[in-house]
Structures are given as structure tokens and as C-alpha cells.
Design a protein around this ligand. Sequence first.
Ligand code: SAH
Length: 265
Amino acid sequence: MLLIRDGRIIRRNMSQDKELNLINVVGIGPGNISMMSYDAVEVIKGSDTIVGYPVYLKLVEELTGGKEIISTPMKQEVERCRIAFEEAEKGRKVAVISSGDAGIYGMASLMYELLPEHPSCEIRIVAGITAANSGAAVLGAPLSVDFAVISMSDLLTPFELIEKRLKAAASSDMVIVLYNPSSHKRKDYLARACELIKEYIPSGRACGYVKNIGREGQEAVTLTFDELSRTEVDMFTTVYIGNSQSYIENRKMITRRGYDKGGQL
Ligand code: SAH
């Protein structure tokens, strides 16, 4: 049985009289504090210890003055989560921050995977705006119908599986959103993705990309699939490949939902 008071889990069962150590896993949105949820801002302000990747800690530094900041470099996600649990076990109010939404290529699932090793802890996920929809808002309305988000990173997913997913999405006329279209080591992920799906996508298909969404240097570009396949983007970019109903007008990318505009809606 759970006893919840003011949104906090006080007891897991009635015989256990101890308060659980709550760790908030917070999605901070794409970058700008104005794009964080009210809950995310409040949770960060109310925490003693903020754990995250240095770039994301910098994005929220105006909320974290005077707090303990623990950062670990990229690719040390397991270590970062373990530190969060250890700090919470010391009785600190811990927030683990993740860019965009913590549950989308973020830290939320790993925190749950490690939770069984830390029975005195409890996790709460605070939702954030993921790059796919914050970038879509900048581009226009590309995601008005079914879409697939696919990460090109093969650090944790074998490339054959990424290839299969890309082809499945392209062959079923889904709008495709690509995360990690480039990395320090691989600048050609986007070109590879386009090569893999070109049999399904005509060269004039409406596409777009947004760089540095909600951050300094934000830049949105609309272009054809053919142009996209010859474009190199960086790792802070989200790419959109339209479906057969997508079009570009006044440099905006829009996907029709199929409304009959002549009739009464
Ligand atoms: N958890 C994050 C995604 C992490 S994967 C989220 O929900 O948004 C990292 C990829 O997300 C990047 O390679 C890029 O493709 C995309 N991304 C994240 N933040 C971005 C931003 N501010 N601008 C553009 N793309 C971004």
C-alpha cells in the first residue's frame, strides 16, 4: 500500500515507517528556461543537488545558484545515475536533469533500471518538451499526423536495427524525425539515412531541420529531400522528412491532415 502526502510518497507499505528518498528526473526542454514546465522549474528550485551533463547544467544555471552541482561527462550515464542515488541516500533532495524529455533518449529509463538496487529511493519523472515537437513548432506544422522519431546513434542500438526502422517508417509514409543526425566521429549519419530510404522518398519531398532549438543560434531550414541528402548538419540538429502530404510554403514545413476546406468543419 502507498501513502502519498503532498505528492510525495511517504510510505511504501504501512509497516515501513520510513520516508523514501525521492529523486526527480527532470526534462528541461530544448534549452531555454521559458520552454521548461512550471513543475520542472519548481522541482529544480526545490532541490539541494542537481546532477547532469555539463552542457545541460549550464542551460539551467540561473535556477541552480547555491546548490550542489554534480556533473559527469557524456557516455558516463550509469555513473551519473549511481551518484544521484548515492546523494539521495544521504538524504539530499536530488534532481537529475536531462535535455528535452528525460524519458526520450534520456536518463529516465536508466534510473528505473537501477532503482531495484536502491530500495530506499523513489523516482518521479517530470516531463519536458522533446526536440521533435519544439523543433516542429519552429518549422511550422510538420508533425500533424503519424510520425516516427528515430535516433541515428548506434552507440546503444545496432545500425541494422536503425536501418530497419528507417525503412519501415519511410515505406509506410510516416513523417520521420531524426535525432543524432551527426556525431563527433560520424558526420555522415544523415547522408546514410537518406541513402537508405531514397527508394521510398521522391527527391522533391518536403524536408526541414532545426539547429539549436530554443538556444542561441537557433536556425530553421526547409529544403527538398534531394537537398537534405547533400547537407551536413551537426549533432545539435533535429531533422524532419515529410510524408506524401507535406509541403513547404513561405519557408514553413507543413503536413496536411486531410481536411476538406471547402465544406463546413
Ligand atoms: N532527450 C532529448 C533527446 C536527446 S537525443 C529530447 O527529448 O529532446 C539528442 C538529439 O536530440 C540531438 O542529437 C538532436 O538531434 C536532438 N536535440 C536535442 N536538443 C536539441 C536542440 N535544442 N536543438 C536541436 N536538436 C536537439
